[in-house]
Write a protein that binds this ligand. Structure first.
Ligand SMILES: Cc1ncc(COP(=O)(O)O)c(C=O)c1O
Length: 461
């Protein structure tokens, strides 16, 4: 009979985790193992009797040496992937030990209340309407999906149609208007919500990828009926933010719903320096963001905020005879997210915000912006290196020798060399290296080392 608590097993996991974390600043940042190599470690017939848990943990740890990406470390600049603040990681361990089903208040009062408090802090930090509702979802994808579901509810309800009851078949047509630079997860959301990814009107953007308000005005003038507009705070390539005040003004005049995808950019609201960039963001109807990006809590953790909490709730909530949902002031987390049973995602957000405080979040935002500028400055000094974007947040787009092949080779060689890791992209038809500074631990020294490594890779590319 197994012990209910197995301290040795937890100690072993703890030791492996510490070893992994301590290796991050030195290790080859990218993963090196091939599928075959990993299969040779992990593939085995499913045994009849099972195996010793400690040996299984050792096996996992051995595979992570070459098979895990060092994205929790300070010189990983791929996609927009945050690390884990030490307190957020520790709170995540506690969340796992608690193993709460966070669907309703009854299944976890503690998670419900932590979410309630963290929600209020987030609204304060982003300076959004304090009566807005907040849901903790898996990431930007589901945050976008939830915000658009709330928008779908609201614009159709205003047209006298209940989409949750009646479905989209037979509903008035909803106009979907997106920036031509909308993130791919907006399209995935539109597919899931039954709008279709192709039945959209795209609004032109400028050289930084910002939606043009004059073009939006023109598009809005050509449509009639229920309408949803999606704008962006933080372009995945350039980090640029749409001119939100103008966009919100035009959208409001037309009575349309404005959703803002602020997966990482919304965090700029927490910084006095970055605030002007997000001027007008408070005028939107729904805001999607991620805690696993800029706030640096472990995966997975996204946040949706909706001004019209009735529309938010109506689009998400479900009930059943056997569910003891609260009729009082208590929060049932499932009212605000697509999931039913789920992890207590608000716990790590609470722990991170309580530990950092307002000044700590601001410093985190400012630090990553400063490191991105440092990277840009170090790279652009070198002949033949061009920074393609205005570095307004944490994203840097770099091109080498004004040559697609050279740029792609520079990305591949940098990845292979292992000091740092970043991906390539195509920006307005040309190849670029895409650097996203998203980790709380990235120091000036990390940026200097990485810039050196990149320039060495370029000279051999
Ligand atoms: C602008 C934007 N929106 C949405 C997403 C998707 O977020 P997630 O990967 O958390 O689902 C990203 C991810 O980088 C993003 O940059």
């Amino acid at each position: 009979m197994q012990q209910f608590v197995e301290p040795d097993l937890l100690q072993r996991a703890h030791d492996h985790a510490l070893q992994f974390l301590r290796s991050l600043p030195q290790r080859h940042v990218g993963a090196r193992a091939t599928r075959e190599e990993l299969l040779s470690i992990f593939r085995a017939p499913l045994s009849d009797k099972g195996e010793d848990g400690k040996r299984v943990l050792d096996l996992l740890a051995s595979g992570a040496e070459r098979g895990a990406v060092g994205s929790a470390g300070p010189r990983y600049f791929g996609f927009v992937i945050g690390g884990s603040l030490p307190v957020a990681l520790a709170a995540d361990w506690i969340t796992s030990a608690w193993d709460q089903n966070s669907g309703i208040f009854v299944t976890s009062p503690i998670v419900s209340v932590l979410e309630e408090v963290a929600s209020a802090w987030l609204l304060e930090l982003f300076d959004l309407p304090r009566t807005a509702s907040v849901g903790f979802v898996t990431g930007g994808q589901m945050a976008n999906c939830t915000g658009l579901a709330a928008g779908r509810d609201a614009v159709l309800r205003r047209a006298g149609y209940n989409v949750e009851e009646q479905g989209l078949n037979g509903a008035p047509a909803v106009n979907i208007i997106l920036s031509a630079e909308a993130h791919i997860t907006i399209y995935a959301s539109l597919r899931l919500l039954g709008f279709g990814a192709r039945k959209v009107r795209l609004v032109d953007t400028d050289d930084q990828g910002r939606m043009r308000p004059d073009a939006l005005r023109k598009t809005l003038a050509g449509v009639d009926g229920p309408t949803i507009v999606c704008a962006q705070a933080g372009n995945v390539n350039t980090g640029s933010v749409d001119p939100l005040r103008e966009i919100a003004t035009v959208t409001r005049e037309r009575g349309a719903w404005l959703h803002i995808d602020g997966a990482f950019g919304l965090w700029g609201r927490a910084s006095r320096d970055r605030r002007p960039l997000l001027d007008g963001v408070e005028l939107a109807d729904s805001w999607a963001t991620d805690a696993h990006k800029w706030l640096n809590v472990p995966y997975d953790n996204g946040i949706i905020i909706v001004r019209d909490s009735a529309a938010h709730r109506a689009s998400m909530t479900v009930s059943a005879e056997y569910l003891e949902q609260t009729a009082g002031a208590e929060r049932d987390p499932l009212d605000w997210v697509p999931e039913f049973s789920r992890r207590g995602r608000g716990v790590t957000v609470y722990a991170a915000l309580r530990t950092l405080g307002r000044a700590g979040v601001e410093s985190l935002v400012d630090r990553l912006c400063a490191r991105a500028r440092q990277m840009g400055d170090l790279l652009r000094k070198e002949k033949g290196v061009r920074i393609l974007n205005d570095i307004v947040l944490n994203q840097v787009l770099v091109r080498f020798g004004d040559d697609d092949e050279k740029t792609r080779r520079a990305v591949a060689r940098s990845q292979q060399e292992g000091t740092c890791w970043m991906a390539g992209t195509t920006w307005h038809g040309v190849a670029a290296m895409r650097i996203s500074v998203s980790n709380w631990a990235t120091s000036e020294e990390d940026i200097a080392r990485s810039a050196d490594a990149i320039l060495r890779a370029v000279s051999s590319a």
